[in-house]
Design a protein around this ligand. Structure first.
Ligand SMILES: Nc1ncnc2c1ncn2[C@@H]1O[C@H](COP(=O)(O)OP(=O)(O)OP(=O)(O)O)[C@@H](O)[C@H]1O
Ligand SMILES: [Mg+2]
Length: 180
């Protein structure tokens, strides 16, 4: 990344890189990932597709809990992995759909899930293993890649397409840290 294009900031030990459409950051606990999800919920446009990718246990469902609760669509405890039912639905205005494509292999199987209709309704659609989706280039979406660094640290790359995510991630709300 060139220095001219990017601005770096230190926020309580949270190194944040922000271009107009790319944010890279680390979270250091599940609670911090939940907080990131709640923060994202304040910025996501309705009708946005959120694609979550990252290995098993990287924190996709944890982040989803934060987004769903931040949107006021459901409580964190209500958000569970949709591995077997494939799509869960939460709340209203916006509705949030949460899908998990881990066990899905073919485009036909994906087509049966009705995900396009979800986006047409102006819902927020969150898809774990979402790279399996064939996404139209004009879709308003947020791609999130989560890397497992160690037991408690996750590195996340967030990339907004067809909308701007210009805000700075303000860092954690750990018990010993003040909200900035
Ligand atoms: N910084 C962190 N962010 C998120 N989860 C973390 C973090 N540190 C540790 N964890 C733990 O990692 C696990 C993440 O599980 P989660 O179900 O969210 O992952 P997932 O990516 O949805 O997995 P799967 O691919 O099986 O659906 C949880 O047990 C959580 O407590
Ligand atoms: Mg999951």
């Amino acid at each position: 990344m060139s220095g001219a294009e990017t601005a770096w900031s230190e926020a309580g030990g949270h190194r944040v890189e922000a271009k107009s459409t790319v944010i890279e950051l680390c979270t250091h606990s599940p609670e911090e990932t939940l907080e990131l999800g709640r923060w994202l919920a304040r910025h996501l446009p309705h009708g946005c597709l959120v694609i979550l990718d990252g290995e098993l246990g990287s924190g996709k469902t944890t982040l989803t809990k934060g987004i769903v609760s931040g949107l006021g669509a459901g409580r964190e405890e209500e958000v569970t992995s949709p591995s077997f039912t494939l799509v869960h639905e939460y709340g209203d205005a916006p509705k949030v759909y949460h899908a998990d494509l881990y066990r899905i292999e073919t485009a036909q199987e994906i087509a049966t899930l009705g995900l396009d209709e979800a986006l047409d309704q102006n819902a927020v659609l969150i898809v774990e293993w979402g790279r399996k989706l064939d996404v139209a280039p004009t879709t308003v979406r947020l791609d999130i890649k989560i890397e497992l660094v160690n037991d408690s640290t996750r590195r996340l790359k967030l990339e907004a397409f067809n909308w701007k995510l210009d805000e700075r991630w303000p860092g954690s709300v750990a018990s010993d840290t003040k909200v900035r």
